[in-house]
Design a protein around this ligand. Structure first.
Ligand code: GNR
Ligand code: NI
Length: 171
């Protein structure tokens, strides 16, 4: 059964490490498959629209994402790579590992990301809006980067919209 794992917050050294590539052999390990299930459970409980493995103190290159729109199914992406990124935009962002804050960050408006699914099959995800923002945010986590490193005006939320972003995750 999946369980909710603890989400570590800014100041924990694991969030600052460059996460390790997942070896294909790991996909056969029931504990690895359990980790994926637990990451979904933890993301939904938070609630959040994405969660990277380092946030549950596992320094591996993988994340889960579910932005809850009709264009994108929930996905786990292992060993992700950004294949395309276009047009810079400024967006408001939050992070479960920096609870209670928001900031303005420059992101690409549209991205395509390749990687592996939980069975080791190649996948490619692409999109814009919150989906693209979240993909970039999760890949930053795998490189030890938090949005507060790049953001300007990191602050307590001032509006209902900002509070929603800070408390979870809906833009
Ligand atoms: O749940 C989340 N919402 C969010 C909102 C705006 C920009 C990025 C995010 S990601 C965040 C979950 C999280 O911290 N993932 O690492
Ligand atoms: Ni985050």
């Amino acid at each position: 059964m999946p369980y909710i794992r603890e989400i570590i917050t800014d100041g924990h050294p694991t969030l600052r490490k460059v996460a390790k590539k997942v070896d294909l052999k790991e996909l056969d390990d029931p504990l690895f498959q359990q980790l994926i299930d637990d990451m979904f459970e933890t993301m939904y409980a938070a609630p959040g629209v994405g969660l990277a493995a380092p946030q549950v103190n596992v320094s591996k290159r993988m994340f889960v994402i579910d932005v809850n729109d009709d264009e994108h199914d929930p996905a786990v992406v292992i060993n992700p790579k950004i294949e395309l990124a276009e047009e810079e935009v400024e967006l408001t962002e939050g992070c479960l590992s920096v609870p209670g804050y928001v900031g303005e960050i420059t992101r690409f408006a549209r991205v395509a990301v390749s990687g592996l699914d939980r069975n080791g099959e190649k996948i490619r995800l692409e999109g814009g809006g919150l989906f693209a923002q979240c993909l970039q945010h999760e890949i930053d986590h795998l490189n030890g980067v938090l949005y507060i490193d790049k953001a300007k005006n990191v602050r307590l939320p001032q509006t209902d919209e900002e509070r929603e972003i800070a408390e979870t995750a809906e833009a």
